[in-house]
Design a protein around this ligand. Structure first.
Ligand code: PLP
Length: 409
């Protein structure tokens, strides 16, 4: 494909109008929205209002007057629309790691005659670490890992919880929520899905798949800002059966009665713990609001087209340069990023970033590019792959400055 053809695709793109809703520097092609989403313009005004008026002028009355207290449920109900859940099944709170901990412990205690938390090796590290930490606290619980293809067979009478990340953060490979949830239920186990690389990128239908529990990230595709709070989902009929081990006052049935004894709130609020980070919640809300103006099928269709263009361009422009595609090619088997391995992945990515193409590197050898349908254009993909081709042709990446290590990759 030629650059003009990519521009023609942009001209006919029904999602093209969203690009202007974001602050994106002219000289940068941003392909890392799967790690930190871009800044929506609306967030700037909304944050100014939150700070100047709501905090500055309305002060503590804002908890009622500006409904700060209702924000975790209000934003949760909006995210519910993106993941096929009921509004009262989702709440925004804490980080993904903390939410995993709360749900793993709650689900393991609920299934206390079953000892196993089943997951896969190579799952996102925080998921593995948190499951290990939770299991260490529980008398009988153990974490068992099984390769993706063997998971259904590994489910058994001892499995309390099947915990998986829907879309893999490195390869982009997608698990089938419906099939695996059904297999888990047949074995009597509950499921916990990490939607961090799915929400806002591809269709998710938690209720349609009869899923039990889920968590997801606010600062990736949802564009909630650095360290945005995460969300958690608990199937409605399970909510009264599960109790959060982090029994903080915001999850109490009556926090402002200040009683000595803990009584969990009815419904999803019981999974709150402490006072919510209001400014961050409001930044997440303006990010999520943009998704309510479109539909997830349109986003997924564009993501698939951007992927195809990227892969085709690498095949043509970077042929024989040592890049190996590790993301499944069928759209229904992947998320919304594209990953290649290259033995010199780190310096190549650093050279790309210096040339204005921001993707990221995942150890040991993965170049990862996020395809965010709201603000990535076809011309972006064309130019990014052209610049990658130039860097590989010229060997620019061999310059010593690109080999320097950085704290965050
Ligand atoms: C980004 C990500 C997280 C983030 O966890 P935090 O505790 O919010 O930092 C968790 N799981 C997966 C799969 C992720 O991709």
């Amino acid at each position: 494909m030629k650059l003009e053809d990519a521009r023609a695709l942009d001209a006919g793109d029904p999602l093209g109008r969203f690009r202007d809703a974001f602050v994106l520097p002219e000289d940068i092609i941003y392909l890392d929205g799967n790690s930190l989403g871009a800044l929506p313009r609306a967030t700037i005004a909304a944050q100014r209002d939150a700070v100047e008026r709501q905090w500055g002028t309305d002060l503590i009355t804002s908890w009622n007057a500006n409904d700060w207290i209702g924000a975790p449920e209000r934003i949760g109900a909006k995210i519910a629309q993106l993941i096929g859940a009921k509004p009262q099944e989702v709440i925004v709170t804490d980080s993904v790691s903390v939410n995993l901990f709360k749900l793993i412990v709650a689900a393991s205690r609920y299934q206390e005659d079953r000892a196993q938390i089943l997951t896969e090796p190579g799952n996102f590290p925080t998921d593995l670490y948190t499951a290990g930490g939770a299991a260490d606290m529980l008398p009988e619980q153990v974490v068992h890992t099984e390769q993706a293809g063997d998971i259904a067979d590994a489910l058994g009478p001892d499995t309390a919880l099947l915990m998986l990340t829907h879309v893999h953060y490195k390869t982009g490979a997608r698990h089938e929520v419906a099939t695996l949830t059904e297999a888990a239920h047949k074995a009597g186990a509950l499921t916990l899905w990490d939607l961090s690389h799915s929400v806002g990128a591809i269709p998710v239908d938690l209720n349609g798949c009869d899923a039990d529990l889920a968590v997801g990230c606010g600062y990736k595709y949802l564009n909630g800002g650095p360290g945005a709070p995460a969300f958690l989902f608990v199937r409605e009929d399970l909510q009264e059966q599960l109790v959060s081990p982090l029994s903080g006052w915001m999850g109490h049935a009556a926090p402002f009665e200040f009683r000595d004894d803990y009584a969990p709130a009815p419904g999803i609020r019981r999974f709150l713990c402490g006072t919510p980070p209001v400014l961050s919640l409001l930044a997440l809300e303006t990010g999520v609001d943009l998704f309510l103006e479109t539909d997830i099928e349109a986003l997924a269709a564009k993501s698939a087209a951007l992927f195809e263009l990227f892969a085709e361009r690498i095949d043509e422009r970077c042929y024989g340069q040592g890049l190996t595609l590790i993301t499944p090619t069928e759209p229904e088997h992947r998320g919304s990023h594209i990953s290649y391995t290259h033995p010199s992945g780190w310096p190549i990515m650093q050279a790309l970033i210096e040339r204005g193409v921001i993707g990221d590197f995942r150890a040991p050898d993965i170049l990862r590019f996020g395809l965010t349908s709201l603000y990535t254009s076809y011309a972006d993909i064309w130019r990014a792959t052209e610049i990658l081709g130039e860097i590989l042709d010229s060997g620019l990446w061999r310059e010593p400055r690109f080999a320097e290590a950085k704290t965050v990759t």
